[in-house]
Design a protein around this ligand. Structure first.
Ligand code: CTP
Length: 401
C-alpha cells in the first residue's frame, strides 16, 4: 500500500526518536514519499539533518519561514502538508504532544498541521509507564480515538527510566505495518458519494426527567461514519443521545426520539447514495408524555405505549433504484432466519446481523461479531473484530453492491 503514498511524519521528543530513522528508511524503501515535521525537543535526540538525508526532503522544524523577510510560504506550510498527505503518523508521540492534540493546540507546526489534516492520523505513544497509566493521558487518548484517529498501542518492556512496563515505542517494522494497514482500510473509493448513517439509541420521554431507552452506545454507527469519511464520502450522521465525539469531516445531526430521527432521516434521505440504519430505534414510546414529573404513588404504575414509525421500512418503500439501503438486525433466536425476513420485509440491499450471544459483540463494547446478508442471499460471517474493522468490511461489501 505504501508505494507512491505521501506520508507526513511528526516526530516528538523521546528517547525512542532513534527508531524513527529506521521507520523513514523502511517507508522510503517501500516507495513512499516522507515529509518530516520534528519538534525542537526531538532535535535534542536526533538532528533534523539525519531525517532530511533519509527522507530526501526538507525537514520542517518551525511554523515560520527561515527567511523572515519573505512571506511567500508564511502560514501555509501546515495547510500544504495537511493537503499533501495520504496519512499522517506521529511517532514517538509524547504525553505532552498527546495532551496538546487532544485539546486542539495550534502553537507549533505539528499542532497546526494536525488541525488542518484531511487524511487519517496515526499516533504512536511512547513514554514512561506512570505517564502512560496516568488518567489524563488515557482520557486524552480516548478523546483522540473517538475523533476517529488511530492509536498504535505501545509495547511492554524495559523503559529508559529503568522501570519496566507499558510505554515502549513498537519496533519500526510494527509501526510501518500499522501505517500500511490503515492505508489499506482507507482507500478514497467513496469520493463524492453521499452516505447517511444513523447511530445510537433513542430516548422516549415519560415525563420531564425520565425516558425509555436502550443500551446502544452508538459506537458502531460512529465507526461507520468515520470509516466512510476517511474513504472520501460526504457523511451525514444522525445520532441519538450518545457521549461520543464527532469523527472528522462528518456532518452530525443530534436527535432524541424516534420521531425526531424519522423526521431528520426523511429530510435528508432523497439525495443519499447509501443509507445505513445502525441506530437502535425504540419500537415503542409512551402514548403521552406527562408535563410534570410523575409523583410516586403507593400502588403500581402502568405506562401505555404506542408503536413508533419504522424508519427503515419507510425508507425501503421510497427507495430509488440507485440507492443502497442497509439495515441492522439484533436477534436472540433463529438469527439468520429473522434477519433474512427483515431484509425482505424492509426492501433492503444488505442486512448486518449482530450477535448477542458472544462476548465482545453488540452494545457498549469496542468489538463486534457480525454476519452480512445481501438481497441475493449471500451470507458472509466475520470473526470478532474492532468496530472500525467491521465498518470497513460493511463498506467494502456496499461498494460491491
Ligand atoms: N428500525 C427503524 N425504525 C424503527 C425500528 C427499527 O428504522 N422504529 C431499524 C433499525 O435501525 C435496524 C432495523 O430496523 O436497522 C432492525 O431493527 P430491529 O430492532 O432489529 O428490528 P425490528 O424491525 O424493530 O424488529 P424486532 O424488534 O421485532 O426484532
Amino acid at each position: 500500500m505504501l508505494a507512491n503514498k505521501h506520508i507526513a511524519l511528526g516526530i516528538t521528543g523521546g528517547i525512542s526518536v532513534y527508531k524513527m530513522c529506521t521507520v523513514v528508511r523502511l517507508l522510503k524503501k517501500a516507495g513512499a514519499q516522507v515529509r518530516v515535521i520534528i519538534t525542537p525537543s526531538a532535535t535534542e535526540f536526533v538532528s533534523p539533518l539525519t531525517f532530511s538525508t533519509l527522507s530526501q526532503e526538507e525537514v520542517v522544524v518551525s511554523l515560520w519561514p527561515e527567511n523572515k523577510r519573505s512571506s511567500t510560504s508564511l502560514g501555509v506550510k501546515h495547510i500544504d502538508i495537511g493537503l499533501w498527505a495520504d496519512v499522517m503518523l506521529i511517532a514517538p508521540a509524547t504525553a505532552n504532544t498527546i495532551a496538546h492534540l487532544a485539546h486542539g493546540y495550534a502553537e507549533d507546526i505539528l499542532g497546526t498541521t494536525v488541525l488542518a489534516l484531511r487524511c487519517p492520523l496515526i499516533i504512536s505513544p511512547a513514554m514512561d509507564i506512570d505517564m502512560w497509566e496516568n488518567e489524563a493521558t488515557q482520557d486524552n487518548l480516548t478523546t483522540l480515538q473517538s475523533r476517529g484517529h488511530f492509536i498504535i498501542p505501545p509495547e511492554s518492556g524495559e523503559l529508559a527510566s529503568g522501570l519496566s512496563g507499558m510505554g515502549r515505542l513498537p519496533e519500526p517494522e510494527t509501526i510501518v505495518q500499522f501505517v500500511d494497514d490503515i492505508l489499506d482500510k482507507t482507500p478514497r473509493d467513496l469520493k463524492k458519494k453521499k452516505i447517511l448513517i444513523t447511530a445510537g439509541p433513542t430516548h422516549e420521554p415519560i415525563d420531564p426527567v425520565r425516558f425509555i431507552g436502550n443500551r446502544s452506545s452508538g459506537k458502531m454507527g460512529f465507526a461507520l461514519a468515520n470509516a466512510a469519511a476517511l474513504r472520501g464520502a460526504e457523511v451525514t450522521l444522525i445520532s441519538g443521545p450518545v457521549s461520543l465525539a464527532t469523527p472528522k469531516n462528518v456532518k452530525r445531526i443530534d436527535v432524541e426520539t424516534a420521531e425526531e430521527m424519522f423526521k431528520a432521516v426523511m429530510t435528508n434521505a432523497k439525495k443519499q447514495d447509501v443509507i445505513i440504519m445502525s441506530a437502535a430505534v425504540a419500537d415503542y414510546a409512551p402514548a403521552s408524555t406527562a408535563k410534570e414529573k410523575i409523583k410516586k404513588k403507593e400502588s403500581e404504575l402502568s405506562l401505555q405505549l404506542r408503536s413508533t414509525q419504522d424508519i427503515l421500512k419507510a425508507l425501503g418503500e421510497k427507495k430509488t433504484k440507485k440507492q443502497i439501503l442497509v439495515g441492522f438486525a439484533l436477534e436472540t433466536t433463529n438469527e439468520l432466519e429473522h434477519a433474512k425476513e427483515k431484509l425482505k420485509k424492509k426492501n433492503l440491499d444488505l442486512i448486518v446481523l449482530n450477535s448477542t450471544k458472544d462476548k465482545g459483540a453488540a452494545f457498549g463494547v469496542d468489538t463486534n461479531i457480525v454476519t452480512l446478508i445481501d438481497a441475493k442471499g449471500t451470507i458472509t460471517k466475520f470473526p470478532k473484530m474492532p468496530k472500525f474493522d467491521v465498518a470497513v468490511e460493511i463498506l467494502d461489501k456496499i461498494i460491491t453492491l
